[in-house]
Design a binder for this molecule. Structure first.
Ligand code: GLN
Length: 456
């Protein structure tokens, strides 16, 4: 814990931690030492970790990367961060993220962007660590903590993991409790670990997850011993390669990485099967209707009354002006864009044309996966992202849709509620990490982690 606190100080330029809790960390580390001395050391006893700013942590600032939650000190602890604390983990502080987890580059954060510790060759252009869990990815990649929590609504664990050479798993929807995690799109949001290795991810996921009566979508099913599943034996497994993930204009390095991954699977005794997920091309548009729709509803609670920031009012302002001024000041541009899109697609005249149609597309996407799994496919192998990490500012000047295209390989998994993992699988010509993604059957995280372990 002391070494990590020192490393965080030295790496201030990465802007990964936005709030540190050194006193709390040292006290928890001392308590962990006592537990170890008494021979009662749970799985994560004494391990220093970072917590994404989206998780409510009792008495510790939890702003979801937004100005509107300025000064908010939760009275409660999220179930996931509580589970980790119960397993002995030591929280070092809160990690940077895109505002309300909306973004793919960490550039929508009120704290300014986190920076990727990796560089392109000798070029010192600062690169994005990805988003929205950019602070988590940067901190793990730079060894500021041993592991971190992330959340993934459309790729926010897997894309930053791929951009920083780290491992990130989004479990099956319902595996981790969402209680106490600031809601973005409730039917898509899941928490998961971001770590240096698949083994660490297995250990941390087991500590984080489990049934929670406080989240009605949390699944009451047993939690396997994920670490014990890492046998490295995938003989006889069927790995699907979906043709729809071969995009026009995909960089050669990504195609080569995918081929390497296929070869590794074959070498380990798995069989490779060409598959089709025909509705893949509708996933991104469906996601960018459903996620903003749910966000516009979830974000209605930030009204200047219950939480955080409230605008200064002028003489004669009433409650409507208070709401308007608070929300105008408190939310950034991307969040406002999502609230406007969400409100539009849910409005009486457009609900059927957009929101209901997107929900139908979502069902078709889910069915594509069900059909492939019914054919005996154990896992699906794809690239995690369409490119390596890009430069900060490089995408923000473009049209917002260019940023949304980053999520092309990851959003299908959230729409279908499936588990997906990103594993570092190689470097591009400029020495930047690239990730592969494996998508598993519902609740098959143990199998998925074992298959991913083969790619490491
Ligand atoms: N980049 C996607 C978005 O902006 C995904 C974000 C996420 O998974 N939280 O919505």
């Amino acid at each position: 814990t002391e070494a990590c606190l020192t490393a965080i100080e030295a790496a201030g330029a990465l802007n990964a931690f936005v709030h540190q809790t050194p006193d709390l960390a040292l006290a928890r580390a001392a308590a962990a030492d006592d537990r170890i001395a008494q021979g009662d050391a749970p799985a994560m006893c004494g391990l220093p970790i970072g917590i994404k700013d989206l998780f409510c942590t009792k008495g510790v600032p939890s702003q979801a990367g937004s100005r509107i939650l300025e000064g908010f000190l939760p009275e409660y602890e999220s179930t996931v961060s509580q589970n980790l604390a119960d397993a002995g983990a030591v929280m070092l502080g809160k990690l940077n993220m895109d505002e309300f987890a909306m973004g793919s580059s960490n550039e929508t954060s009120v704290y300014g962007n986190a920076v990727n510790p990796w560089r392109r060759g000798n070029d010192d252009t600062a690169l994005t660590p990805g988003g929205s869990s950019g602070g988590s990815a940067s901190a793990v990649a730079a060894d500021l903590c041993l592991a971190a929590t992330g959340t993934d609504t459309g790729g926010s664990i897997r894309q930053p993991a791929a951009f920083t050479g780290t491992v990130g798993i989004k479990p099956t929807y319902g595996r981790c409790s969402r209680w106490g995690i600031v809601a973005f799109a409730s039917s898509l949001d899941q928490a998961g670990p971001m770590t240096k290795s698949v083994r660490d991810a297995a250990i941390m996921l087991e500590a984080m997850c489990g049934h929670d009566a406080k989240d009605s979508t949390s699944a009451d099913i047993p939690v396997p011993d994920f670490e014990a599943a890492l046998t490295g034996d995938i003989r006889g497994k069927k790995i699907g390669i979906p043709k729809e993930y071969r995009m026009d204009g995909m960089p050669d390095a990504i195609e080569a990485l995918w081929q390497d991954g296929i070869a590794m699977m074959k070498d380990a005794g798995a069989s490779i099967v060409d598959i089709s997920l025909p509705h893949t091309k509708y996933a991104l548009p469906a996601y960018y209707v459903i996620a903003p729709a749910e966000a516009s509803s979830n974000l209605a609670r930030y009204d200047g009354v219950r939480y955080g920031h409230r605008a200064k009012l002028d003489q004669g302002d009433g409650i409507t002006e208070m709401y308007e001024k608070t929300r105008a000041e408190g939310f950034g541009d991307e969040v406002k864009r999502r609230v406007m899109i969400g409100t539009y697609v849910l409005s009486a005249g457009f609900y059927d044309a957009y929101y209901n149609r997107a929900r139908r597309v979502r069902t078709l996407i889910k069915r594509d996966f069900e059909q492939v799994f019914a054919q005996g496919i154990d896992a699906i192998l794809t690239p995690a992202t369409p490119s390596a990490a890009f430069g900060l500012g490089e995408m923000t000047d473009a049209d917002p849709v260019a940023m949304y295209l980053n999520d092309v390989f990851t959003v299908t998994v959230n729409l279908a509620g499936l588990p997906g993992i990103a594993v570092p699988a190689g470097l591009d010509k400029q020495g930047l990490p690239l990730g592969l993604q494996l998508i598993g059957q519902p609740w098959a995280e143990a199998d998925l982690l074992n298959t991913a372990h083969v790619l490491e």
